[in-house]
Design a protein around this ligand. Structure first.
Ligand SMILES: NC(=O)C1=CN([C@@H]2O[C@H](COP(=O)(O)OP(=O)(O)OC[C@H]3O[C@@H](n4cnc5c(N)ncnc54)[C@H](O)[C@@H]3O)[C@@H](O)[C@H]2O)[C@@H](O)CC1
Ligand SMILES: [K+]
Length: 505
Protein backbone atom coordinates (compact mmCIF):
# COMPACT_ATOMS: atom_id res chain seq x y z
CA UNK A 1 0.00 0.00 0.00
CA UNK A 2 1.34 3.40 -0.91
CA UNK A 3 2.45 5.60 1.96
CA UNK A 4 1.87 9.30 1.46
CA UNK A 5 1.20 12.65 2.98
CA UNK A 6 0.07 16.14 2.13
CA UNK A 7 2.56 16.79 -0.64
CA UNK A 8 2.13 13.37 -2.23
CA UNK A 9 -1.66 13.79 -2.28
CA UNK A 10 -1.19 16.95 -4.37
CA UNK A 11 1.32 15.16 -6.59
CA UNK A 12 -1.10 12.26 -7.22
CA UNK A 13 -3.96 14.70 -7.76
CA UNK A 14 -1.95 16.67 -10.33
CA UNK A 15 -0.85 13.54 -12.14
CA UNK A 16 -4.38 12.14 -12.27
CA UNK A 17 -5.78 15.42 -13.56
CA UNK A 18 -3.01 16.52 -15.93
CA UNK A 19 -1.62 13.22 -17.22
CA UNK A 20 -4.42 10.72 -16.83
CA UNK A 21 -6.92 13.46 -17.73
CA UNK A 22 -9.37 12.47 -15.01
CA UNK A 23 -11.33 15.60 -14.09
CA UNK A 24 -10.89 16.47 -10.41
CA UNK A 25 -14.64 16.38 -9.86
CA UNK A 26 -14.61 12.72 -10.97
CA UNK A 27 -11.92 11.95 -8.39
CA UNK A 28 -14.06 13.60 -5.76
CA UNK A 29 -17.10 11.61 -6.85
CA UNK A 30 -15.10 8.38 -6.72
CA UNK A 31 -13.86 9.29 -3.25
CA UNK A 32 -17.44 9.88 -2.10
CA UNK A 33 -18.72 6.60 -3.58
CA UNK A 34 -15.84 4.66 -1.97
CA UNK A 35 -16.51 6.35 1.35
CA UNK A 36 -20.22 5.59 1.41
CA UNK A 37 -19.54 1.87 0.85
CA UNK A 38 -18.26 1.69 4.43
CA UNK A 39 -21.35 3.14 6.03
CA UNK A 40 -23.65 0.59 7.58
CA UNK A 41 -26.88 0.29 5.54
CA UNK A 42 -28.87 0.48 8.77
CA UNK A 43 -27.50 3.87 9.79
CA UNK A 44 -29.68 6.91 9.29
CA UNK A 45 -29.78 10.57 10.35
CA UNK A 46 -26.47 11.93 9.20
CA UNK A 47 -24.92 15.27 10.06
CA UNK A 48 -22.18 16.18 7.61
CA UNK A 49 -19.87 19.01 8.57
CA UNK A 50 -18.09 20.63 5.64
CA UNK A 51 -15.17 23.01 5.36
CA UNK A 52 -14.45 25.02 2.23
CA UNK A 53 -11.61 23.01 0.63
CA UNK A 54 -11.79 19.71 -1.23
CA UNK A 55 -12.17 17.85 2.05
CA UNK A 56 -15.42 19.77 2.47
CA UNK A 57 -16.16 19.05 -1.20
CA UNK A 58 -15.92 15.34 -0.42
CA UNK A 59 -18.35 15.97 2.43
CA UNK A 60 -20.95 17.58 0.13
CA UNK A 61 -20.52 14.75 -2.40
CA UNK A 62 -20.98 12.15 0.36
CA UNK A 63 -24.08 14.03 1.56
CA UNK A 64 -25.53 13.78 -1.97
CA UNK A 65 -24.74 10.09 -2.20
CA UNK A 66 -26.44 9.33 1.11
CA UNK A 67 -29.37 11.58 0.31
CA UNK A 68 -29.92 9.82 -3.00
CA UNK A 69 -30.08 6.52 -1.11
CA UNK A 70 -33.02 7.95 0.80
CA UNK A 71 -31.17 8.73 4.02
CA UNK A 72 -31.91 11.68 6.29
CA UNK A 73 -29.03 14.05 5.74
CA UNK A 74 -28.29 17.48 7.16
CA UNK A 75 -25.27 19.54 6.32
CA UNK A 76 -23.46 22.09 8.43
CA UNK A 77 -21.60 24.50 6.16
CA UNK A 78 -18.76 26.23 7.99
CA UNK A 79 -18.27 28.78 5.26
CA UNK A 80 -19.48 29.21 1.71
CA UNK A 81 -16.93 31.90 0.91
CA UNK A 82 -13.70 31.14 -0.97
CA UNK A 83 -14.70 27.53 -1.52
CA UNK A 84 -12.52 25.41 -3.80
CA UNK A 85 -14.11 24.88 -7.23
CA UNK A 86 -15.13 21.29 -6.67
CA UNK A 87 -16.39 22.08 -3.21
CA UNK A 88 -18.55 24.86 -4.65
CA UNK A 89 -19.95 22.55 -7.35
CA UNK A 90 -21.01 19.91 -4.83
CA UNK A 91 -22.33 22.55 -2.43
CA UNK A 92 -24.53 23.98 -5.19
CA UNK A 93 -25.82 20.51 -6.14
CA UNK A 94 -26.70 19.80 -2.50
CA UNK A 95 -28.63 23.09 -2.37
CA UNK A 96 -30.41 22.31 -5.65
CA UNK A 97 -31.34 18.84 -4.45
CA UNK A 98 -32.96 20.35 -1.39
CA UNK A 99 -30.65 18.89 1.25
CA UNK A 100 -31.02 20.97 4.41
CA UNK A 101 -27.93 23.12 4.97
CA UNK A 102 -27.26 24.99 8.22
CA UNK A 103 -24.80 27.82 8.73
CA UNK A 104 -25.10 29.15 12.29
CA UNK A 105 -22.93 27.71 15.01
CA UNK A 106 -25.78 28.22 17.51
CA UNK A 107 -27.69 25.53 15.60
CA UNK A 108 -24.96 22.92 15.95
CA UNK A 109 -25.91 21.54 19.38
CA UNK A 110 -29.43 20.77 18.18
CA UNK A 111 -28.08 19.21 14.98
CA UNK A 112 -25.79 16.95 16.99
CA UNK A 113 -28.67 15.99 19.24
CA UNK A 114 -30.85 14.99 16.28
CA UNK A 115 -28.30 12.96 14.31
CA UNK A 116 -26.95 9.44 14.81
CA UNK A 117 -23.82 9.71 12.71
CA UNK A 118 -21.42 12.62 12.20
CA UNK A 119 -19.25 12.77 9.08
CA UNK A 120 -16.64 15.49 9.14
CA UNK A 121 -14.89 17.00 6.14
CA UNK A 122 -13.37 20.10 7.68
CA UNK A 123 -9.67 19.68 6.86
CA UNK A 124 -7.74 16.94 5.08
CA UNK A 125 -4.35 17.19 3.48
CA UNK A 126 -4.70 20.96 3.09
CA UNK A 127 -4.50 21.83 6.80
CA UNK A 128 -1.57 24.20 7.04
CA UNK A 129 -1.66 26.01 10.39
CA UNK A 130 -2.91 25.91 13.98
CA UNK A 131 -6.68 25.61 14.29
CA UNK A 132 -8.33 28.54 16.00
CA UNK A 133 -11.63 30.39 16.38
CA UNK A 134 -14.80 28.90 14.97
CA UNK A 135 -13.00 25.81 13.63
CA UNK A 136 -11.68 25.06 17.10
CA UNK A 137 -15.13 25.51 18.58
CA UNK A 138 -16.74 23.16 16.03
CA UNK A 139 -14.13 20.44 16.56
CA UNK A 140 -14.65 20.72 20.31
CA UNK A 141 -18.39 20.22 19.78
CA UNK A 142 -17.80 17.18 17.54
CA UNK A 143 -15.63 15.60 20.22
CA UNK A 144 -18.25 16.22 22.89
CA UNK A 145 -20.92 14.72 20.65
CA UNK A 146 -18.68 11.75 19.86
CA UNK A 147 -19.42 10.22 23.27
CA UNK A 148 -22.68 8.86 21.93
CA UNK A 149 -22.46 9.33 18.13
CA UNK A 150 -20.38 7.54 15.57
CA UNK A 151 -17.88 9.96 14.03
CA UNK A 152 -16.43 9.35 10.56
CA UNK A 153 -13.53 11.47 9.34
CA UNK A 154 -12.99 12.05 5.66
CA UNK A 155 -9.37 11.36 4.66
CA UNK A 156 -7.79 12.56 7.93
CA UNK A 157 -9.35 13.50 11.29
CA UNK A 158 -9.51 17.28 11.03
CA UNK A 159 -6.65 18.69 13.06
CA UNK A 160 -4.08 15.96 12.37
CA UNK A 161 -1.16 16.88 10.17
CA UNK A 162 -1.10 14.23 7.41
CA UNK A 163 2.69 14.26 7.18
CA UNK A 164 3.72 14.19 10.83
CA UNK A 165 0.66 13.18 12.79
CA UNK A 166 1.07 16.32 14.88
CA UNK A 167 -2.14 17.74 16.35
CA UNK A 168 -2.49 21.26 15.01
CA UNK A 169 -4.01 22.74 18.16
CA UNK A 170 -7.04 20.47 18.34
CA UNK A 171 -8.27 17.43 16.41
CA UNK A 172 -11.44 15.49 15.79
CA UNK A 173 -11.45 12.11 17.53
CA UNK A 174 -12.79 9.77 14.87
CA UNK A 175 -14.28 6.32 15.30
CA UNK A 176 -13.52 5.55 11.67
CA UNK A 177 -11.13 7.35 9.33
CA UNK A 178 -11.61 6.63 5.65
CA UNK A 179 -8.58 7.91 3.82
CA UNK A 180 -7.92 8.07 0.11
CA UNK A 181 -5.22 6.46 -2.05
CA UNK A 182 -2.36 6.48 0.46
CA UNK A 183 -1.88 5.44 4.06
CA UNK A 184 -0.89 8.78 5.56
CA UNK A 185 2.53 8.97 7.18
CA UNK A 186 1.00 10.97 9.98
CA UNK A 187 -1.04 7.90 10.98
CA UNK A 188 2.21 6.22 12.04
CA UNK A 189 2.57 8.68 14.93
CA UNK A 190 1.74 6.54 17.95
CA UNK A 191 0.60 9.58 19.97
CA UNK A 192 -2.55 10.01 17.87
CA UNK A 193 -3.76 6.41 17.82
CA UNK A 194 -6.91 7.36 19.76
CA UNK A 195 -7.82 10.08 17.26
CA UNK A 196 -7.78 7.85 14.20
CA UNK A 197 -10.13 5.05 15.20
CA UNK A 198 -10.33 2.30 12.60
CA UNK A 199 -8.39 3.24 9.47
CA UNK A 200 -9.63 2.27 6.02
CA UNK A 201 -7.76 3.21 2.84
CA UNK A 202 -9.96 3.63 -0.20
CA UNK A 203 -9.51 3.98 -3.89
CA UNK A 204 -10.55 7.01 -5.96
CA UNK A 205 -10.44 5.20 -9.30
CA UNK A 206 -6.67 5.15 -9.73
CA UNK A 207 -4.94 1.86 -10.28
CA UNK A 208 -1.86 1.67 -8.03
CA UNK A 209 0.36 0.63 -10.93
CA UNK A 210 -0.49 3.82 -12.83
CA UNK A 211 0.72 6.04 -9.99
CA UNK A 212 3.37 4.08 -8.12
CA UNK A 213 6.17 5.67 -10.12
CA UNK A 214 5.29 8.89 -8.30
CA UNK A 215 6.26 7.59 -4.89
CA UNK A 216 8.43 4.81 -3.59
CA UNK A 217 7.21 4.57 -0.04
CA UNK A 218 4.97 1.76 1.15
CA UNK A 219 3.05 0.64 4.18
CA UNK A 220 3.62 -3.11 4.33
CA UNK A 221 0.43 -5.11 3.86
CA UNK A 222 -0.08 -8.89 3.76
CA UNK A 223 -0.61 -8.69 -0.01
CA UNK A 224 2.71 -6.96 -0.53
CA UNK A 225 4.55 -9.51 1.59
CA UNK A 226 2.86 -12.31 -0.32
CA UNK A 227 3.90 -10.75 -3.61
CA UNK A 228 7.56 -10.92 -2.48
CA UNK A 229 7.45 -14.70 -2.22
CA UNK A 230 9.99 -16.73 -4.20
CA UNK A 231 8.55 -20.14 -5.07
CA UNK A 232 10.62 -23.13 -4.00
CA UNK A 233 11.68 -25.47 -6.78
CA UNK A 234 10.65 -29.07 -6.24
CA UNK A 235 14.12 -30.33 -7.12
CA UNK A 236 16.03 -27.88 -4.95
CA UNK A 237 18.51 -28.94 -2.25
CA UNK A 238 19.83 -27.36 0.92
CA UNK A 239 22.59 -25.52 -0.93
CA UNK A 240 19.90 -23.53 -2.74
CA UNK A 241 18.63 -22.01 0.48
CA UNK A 242 21.82 -20.43 1.60
CA UNK A 243 24.87 -21.03 3.71
CA UNK A 244 24.50 -18.67 6.60
CA UNK A 245 27.37 -17.86 8.92
CA UNK A 246 26.48 -16.25 12.23
CA UNK A 247 28.80 -14.49 14.66
CA UNK A 248 26.69 -13.90 17.73
CA UNK A 249 26.96 -14.61 21.46
CA UNK A 250 30.00 -14.65 23.72
CA UNK A 251 30.64 -15.75 27.28
CA UNK A 252 27.59 -14.67 29.29
CA UNK A 253 25.59 -14.06 26.10
CA UNK A 254 25.44 -17.50 24.51
CA UNK A 255 21.67 -17.17 24.42
CA UNK A 256 21.91 -14.39 21.83
CA UNK A 257 23.80 -16.63 19.41
CA UNK A 258 21.41 -19.49 20.05
CA UNK A 259 18.36 -17.33 19.34
CA UNK A 260 19.83 -15.95 16.10
CA UNK A 261 20.72 -19.48 14.99
CA UNK A 262 17.38 -21.02 15.88
CA UNK A 263 15.41 -18.22 14.17
CA UNK A 264 17.59 -18.65 11.09
CA UNK A 265 17.07 -22.41 10.99
CA UNK A 266 13.32 -22.13 11.60
CA UNK A 267 12.96 -19.56 8.80
CA UNK A 268 14.40 -22.11 6.40
CA UNK A 269 18.08 -21.39 5.68
CA UNK A 270 19.83 -24.31 4.00
CA UNK A 271 22.85 -24.53 6.30
CA UNK A 272 23.53 -22.51 9.41
CA UNK A 273 26.92 -22.25 11.12
CA UNK A 274 27.57 -20.30 14.30
CA UNK A 275 30.97 -18.91 15.22
CA UNK A 276 31.05 -19.32 18.95
CA UNK A 277 33.27 -19.75 21.99
CA UNK A 278 34.80 -23.23 22.03
CA UNK A 279 33.35 -23.63 25.52
CA UNK A 280 29.78 -23.04 24.38
CA UNK A 281 28.11 -26.42 24.27
CA UNK A 282 24.60 -25.05 24.55
CA UNK A 283 24.25 -24.43 20.80
CA UNK A 284 24.06 -28.13 19.92
CA UNK A 285 21.37 -28.65 22.51
CA UNK A 286 19.31 -25.56 21.67
CA UNK A 287 19.67 -25.77 17.89
CA UNK A 288 20.79 -29.25 16.86
CA UNK A 289 20.33 -28.37 13.18
CA UNK A 290 23.05 -25.69 13.36
CA UNK A 291 26.79 -26.32 13.11
CA UNK A 292 29.35 -24.56 15.22
CA UNK A 293 32.68 -23.01 14.35
CA UNK A 294 34.51 -22.95 17.69
CA UNK A 295 36.78 -20.02 18.52
CA UNK A 296 39.39 -19.93 21.23
CA UNK A 297 38.89 -16.41 22.50
CA UNK A 298 42.21 -16.57 24.40
CA UNK A 299 44.08 -16.98 21.14
CA UNK A 300 41.92 -16.07 18.19
CA UNK A 301 44.82 -16.12 15.70
CA UNK A 302 44.59 -19.87 15.99
CA UNK A 303 41.30 -19.74 14.14
CA UNK A 304 41.46 -16.77 11.80
CA UNK A 305 42.88 -18.71 8.88
CA UNK A 306 40.31 -21.47 9.14
CA UNK A 307 37.67 -18.79 9.47
CA UNK A 308 38.66 -17.47 6.06
CA UNK A 309 37.56 -20.76 4.48
CA UNK A 310 34.29 -20.57 6.34
CA UNK A 311 33.69 -17.03 5.03
CA UNK A 312 34.51 -18.07 1.47
CA UNK A 313 31.93 -20.83 1.79
CA UNK A 314 29.11 -18.61 2.96
CA UNK A 315 26.39 -16.65 1.16
CA UNK A 316 25.43 -14.42 4.04
CA UNK A 317 26.97 -13.47 7.38
CA UNK A 318 25.04 -12.13 10.35
CA UNK A 319 27.13 -10.37 12.96
CA UNK A 320 26.45 -8.70 16.25
CA UNK A 321 24.06 -9.93 18.92
CA UNK A 322 25.92 -10.55 22.16
CA UNK A 323 29.46 -10.38 20.71
CA UNK A 324 30.54 -7.51 22.99
CA UNK A 325 33.09 -4.90 22.05
CA UNK A 326 36.30 -6.71 23.03
CA UNK A 327 39.40 -6.56 20.88
CA UNK A 328 38.83 -10.20 19.89
CA UNK A 329 35.26 -9.45 18.84
CA UNK A 330 36.50 -6.54 16.78
CA UNK A 331 39.16 -8.64 15.03
CA UNK A 332 36.66 -11.33 14.10
CA UNK A 333 34.16 -8.71 12.93
CA UNK A 334 36.82 -7.04 10.79
CA UNK A 335 37.83 -10.39 9.31
CA UNK A 336 34.22 -11.32 8.52
CA UNK A 337 33.59 -8.14 6.54
CA UNK A 338 36.96 -8.11 4.80
CA UNK A 339 36.10 -10.66 2.08
CA UNK A 340 33.55 -9.46 -0.45
CA UNK A 341 33.06 -12.47 -2.70
CA UNK A 342 32.62 -16.12 -1.84
CA UNK A 343 34.02 -19.21 -3.61
CA UNK A 344 31.16 -19.10 -6.10
CA UNK A 345 32.07 -15.53 -7.02
CA UNK A 346 28.91 -14.12 -5.43
CA UNK A 347 28.85 -11.11 -3.14
CA UNK A 348 28.63 -12.16 0.49
CA UNK A 349 25.71 -10.32 2.10
CA UNK A 350 25.96 -8.93 5.61
CA UNK A 351 23.40 -8.41 8.38
CA UNK A 352 24.82 -6.17 11.08
CA UNK A 353 23.11 -5.78 14.42
CA UNK A 354 23.76 -4.82 18.05
CA UNK A 355 27.48 -4.78 18.94
CA UNK A 356 28.48 -4.95 15.28
CA UNK A 357 26.77 -1.57 14.92
CA UNK A 358 28.51 -0.22 18.00
CA UNK A 359 31.87 -1.37 16.65
CA UNK A 360 31.01 0.25 13.34
CA UNK A 361 30.11 3.55 15.05
CA UNK A 362 33.56 3.58 16.67
CA UNK A 363 35.44 2.51 13.51
CA UNK A 364 33.78 4.45 10.73
CA UNK A 365 36.33 3.59 8.07
CA UNK A 366 34.83 0.07 8.10
CA UNK A 367 31.75 1.47 6.33
CA UNK A 368 33.78 1.20 3.12
CA UNK A 369 33.81 -2.60 3.45
CA UNK A 370 30.07 -3.04 3.81
CA UNK A 371 28.70 -0.89 0.99
CA UNK A 372 26.16 -2.35 -1.43
CA UNK A 373 25.74 -5.63 0.41
CA UNK A 374 24.49 -4.99 3.91
CA UNK A 375 21.44 -4.61 6.09
CA UNK A 376 21.97 -2.67 9.31
CA UNK A 377 19.32 -3.23 11.97
CA UNK A 378 19.75 -0.61 14.72
CA UNK A 379 17.27 0.36 17.40
CA UNK A 380 16.87 4.04 18.11
CA UNK A 381 19.86 4.41 20.46
CA UNK A 382 22.18 2.45 18.17
CA UNK A 383 21.01 4.57 15.23
CA UNK A 384 21.66 7.71 17.25
CA UNK A 385 25.25 6.50 17.81
CA UNK A 386 25.63 5.75 14.11
CA UNK A 387 24.31 9.10 12.91
CA UNK A 388 25.16 11.55 15.68
CA UNK A 389 21.53 12.72 15.75
CA UNK A 390 19.74 12.71 19.10
CA UNK A 391 16.89 10.23 19.55
CA UNK A 392 14.45 13.17 19.60
CA UNK A 393 15.77 14.48 16.30
CA UNK A 394 15.44 11.01 14.76
CA UNK A 395 11.91 10.57 16.08
CA UNK A 396 10.81 13.89 14.59
CA UNK A 397 12.36 13.18 11.22
CA UNK A 398 12.57 9.42 10.84
CA UNK A 399 11.88 9.23 7.12
CA UNK A 400 14.43 11.79 6.03
CA UNK A 401 17.22 10.76 8.41
CA UNK A 402 16.92 7.03 7.64
CA UNK A 403 16.80 7.64 3.90
CA UNK A 404 19.79 9.99 3.91
CA UNK A 405 21.83 7.56 5.99
CA UNK A 406 21.03 4.59 3.76
CA UNK A 407 21.86 6.59 0.66
CA UNK A 408 25.12 7.97 2.04
CA UNK A 409 26.51 4.58 3.06
CA UNK A 410 24.80 2.56 0.33
CA UNK A 411 23.27 0.12 2.78
CA UNK A 412 19.78 -1.05 3.69
CA UNK A 413 18.74 0.45 6.97
CA UNK A 414 16.14 -1.16 9.18
CA UNK A 415 15.30 1.16 12.08
CA UNK A 416 13.52 -0.89 14.74
CA UNK A 417 10.61 0.50 16.69
CA UNK A 418 6.91 1.12 16.33
CA UNK A 419 6.34 0.85 12.57
CA UNK A 420 9.89 -0.25 11.86
CA UNK A 421 11.31 1.57 8.85
CA UNK A 422 13.28 -0.11 6.10
CA UNK A 423 14.95 1.89 3.38
CA UNK A 424 17.68 1.79 0.77
CA UNK A 425 17.66 5.56 0.46
CA UNK A 426 15.12 5.60 -2.39
CA UNK A 427 12.46 3.06 -1.57
CA UNK A 428 10.98 2.87 1.93
CA UNK A 429 8.78 0.38 3.77
CA UNK A 430 6.99 1.17 7.03
CA UNK A 431 6.02 -1.98 8.88
CA UNK A 432 2.42 -2.47 9.92
CA UNK A 433 2.87 -5.24 12.51
CA UNK A 434 4.23 -5.57 16.04
CA UNK A 435 3.19 -4.49 19.52
CA UNK A 436 4.54 -3.44 22.91
CA UNK A 437 4.11 -6.94 24.39
CA UNK A 438 7.15 -8.08 22.40
CA UNK A 439 9.49 -5.47 23.87
CA UNK A 440 11.88 -7.77 25.74
CA UNK A 441 15.40 -9.19 25.44
CA UNK A 442 16.20 -11.47 22.53
CA UNK A 443 13.61 -10.05 20.13
CA UNK A 444 16.20 -8.22 18.04
CA UNK A 445 18.36 -11.36 17.89
CA UNK A 446 15.37 -13.27 16.60
CA UNK A 447 14.76 -10.65 13.88
CA UNK A 448 18.39 -10.85 12.80
CA UNK A 449 18.08 -14.63 12.50
CA UNK A 450 14.93 -14.39 10.39
CA UNK A 451 16.41 -11.78 8.06
CA UNK A 452 19.74 -13.53 7.46
CA UNK A 453 17.83 -16.71 6.71
CA UNK A 454 15.71 -14.96 4.07
CA UNK A 455 18.80 -13.39 2.49
CA UNK A 456 20.30 -16.88 2.34
CA UNK A 457 17.17 -18.01 0.49
CA UNK A 458 17.93 -15.40 -2.20
CA UNK A 459 15.42 -12.75 -1.24
CA UNK A 460 16.90 -9.36 -2.05
CA UNK A 461 18.03 -7.25 0.87
CA UNK A 462 15.05 -4.85 0.96
CA UNK A 463 12.54 -7.66 0.70
CA UNK A 464 14.32 -9.80 3.29
CA UNK A 465 14.22 -6.92 5.76
CA UNK A 466 10.58 -6.18 4.86
CA UNK A 467 9.36 -9.76 5.13
CA UNK A 468 11.43 -10.27 8.28
CA UNK A 469 10.05 -7.25 10.11
CA UNK A 470 6.48 -7.98 9.02
CA UNK A 471 6.65 -11.66 9.96
CA UNK A 472 8.30 -10.99 13.33
CA UNK A 473 5.59 -8.48 14.28
CA UNK A 474 2.75 -10.48 12.79
CA UNK A 475 3.58 -13.54 14.91
CA UNK A 476 3.56 -11.35 18.02
CA UNK A 477 0.24 -9.74 16.99
CA UNK A 478 -1.34 -13.18 16.67
CA UNK A 479 0.15 -14.39 19.96
CA UNK A 480 -1.07 -11.42 22.04
CA UNK A 481 -4.61 -12.50 21.27
CA UNK A 482 -4.01 -15.42 23.63
CA UNK A 483 -1.09 -14.43 25.88
CA UNK A 484 0.15 -11.24 27.54
CA UNK A 485 3.88 -11.38 26.88
CA UNK A 486 5.64 -12.58 23.76
CA UNK A 487 9.27 -13.71 24.00
CA UNK A 488 11.72 -14.57 21.24
CA UNK A 489 11.20 -18.29 21.91
CA UNK A 490 7.47 -17.88 21.27
CA UNK A 491 8.21 -16.14 17.97
CA UNK A 492 10.64 -18.86 16.92
CA UNK A 493 8.13 -21.64 17.49
CA UNK A 494 5.58 -19.89 15.25
CA UNK A 495 7.77 -18.73 12.36
CA UNK A 496 7.07 -21.60 10.01
CA UNK A 497 3.30 -21.60 10.47
CA UNK A 498 3.13 -17.84 10.04
CA UNK A 499 5.17 -17.89 6.82
CA UNK A 500 2.77 -20.48 5.46
CA UNK A 501 -0.24 -18.31 6.38
CA UNK A 502 1.23 -15.20 4.81
CA UNK A 503 2.44 -16.83 1.62
CA UNK A 504 -0.59 -19.02 1.01
CA UNK A 505 -3.55 -16.91 2.13
N1 LIG B 1 -6.04 12.92 -4.80
C1 LIG B 1 -6.72 12.83 -3.71
O1 LIG B 1 -6.27 12.15 -2.83
C2 LIG B 1 -8.04 13.54 -3.56
C3 LIG B 1 -8.28 14.36 -2.46
N2 LIG B 1 -9.50 14.75 -2.11
C4 LIG B 1 -9.76 15.55 -0.91
O2 LIG B 1 -9.12 16.78 -0.94
C5 LIG B 1 -8.56 17.05 0.33
C6 LIG B 1 -7.53 18.12 0.21
O3 LIG B 1 -8.21 19.27 -0.22
P1 LIG B 1 -7.57 20.70 -0.13
O4 LIG B 1 -6.21 20.68 -0.66
O5 LIG B 1 -8.56 21.61 -0.76
O6 LIG B 1 -7.44 20.96 1.41
P2 LIG B 1 -8.45 20.84 2.64
O7 LIG B 1 -9.84 20.69 2.20
O8 LIG B 1 -7.88 19.85 3.56
O9 LIG B 1 -8.31 22.25 3.37
C7 LIG B 1 -8.01 23.40 2.69
C8 LIG B 1 -8.82 24.59 3.17
O10 LIG B 1 -8.66 24.79 4.56
C9 LIG B 1 -8.04 26.07 4.78
N3 LIG B 1 -7.17 25.94 5.96
C10 LIG B 1 -6.03 25.23 6.07
N4 LIG B 1 -5.57 25.27 7.34
C11 LIG B 1 -6.46 26.01 8.05
C12 LIG B 1 -6.56 26.40 9.42
N5 LIG B 1 -5.65 26.04 10.32
N6 LIG B 1 -7.62 27.17 9.80
C13 LIG B 1 -8.55 27.55 8.91
N7 LIG B 1 -8.53 27.21 7.59
C14 LIG B 1 -7.49 26.46 7.17
C15 LIG B 1 -7.36 26.44 3.50
O11 LIG B 1 -7.23 27.81 3.36
C16 LIG B 1 -8.34 25.84 2.49
O12 LIG B 1 -9.44 26.67 2.29
C17 LIG B 1 -8.10 15.69 0.79
O13 LIG B 1 -7.88 15.64 2.16
C18 LIG B 1 -9.26 14.83 0.34
O14 LIG B 1 -10.28 14.82 1.31
C19 LIG B 1 -10.68 14.24 -2.80
O15 LIG B 1 -11.43 15.29 -3.31
C20 LIG B 1 -10.39 13.22 -3.87
C21 LIG B 1 -9.10 13.37 -4.55
K1 LIG C 1 -11.36 15.49 7.71
Amino acid sequence: MLLGGNKTTRKIDNFAINNLKIPSIVLMENAAISFVKHIDENEDNFLIICGKGNNGGDGYAIARQLFSKGKNVKIFCISNENMSNDCMINYEICKNMGIEIFYKIEELDKLFFECNVVIEGIFGTGLNSEIKGIYQEIIQKINTASNNKKVYSIDIPSGINGDTGEIMGISVKADITISFVTYKKGFLNSKIKDFLGKIIIENIGLNETSINHLLKEYYLTPDMIKSFRIKRNEDSHKGDFGKVLIFAGSSGFYGAGNIVAKSCVRTGAGLTTVITDKNNFSLNVFVPEAMSFPINFDNINENLEKLENEILNSDVIAIGPGIGKSEQAFLIFEKLISIKKNNKGNTIKLILDADALNLLSENRKLFEKIRNRSILTPHLVEFSRLTGFSTDEINKNRFEITKNFAKKYEIILLLKGKNTIITNGEELFANSTGNSHMANGGMGDCLTGIICSLVGQKYDLMKSAGIGAYLHGKIADELVKKQYIVNASHIIENISECILNIFQN
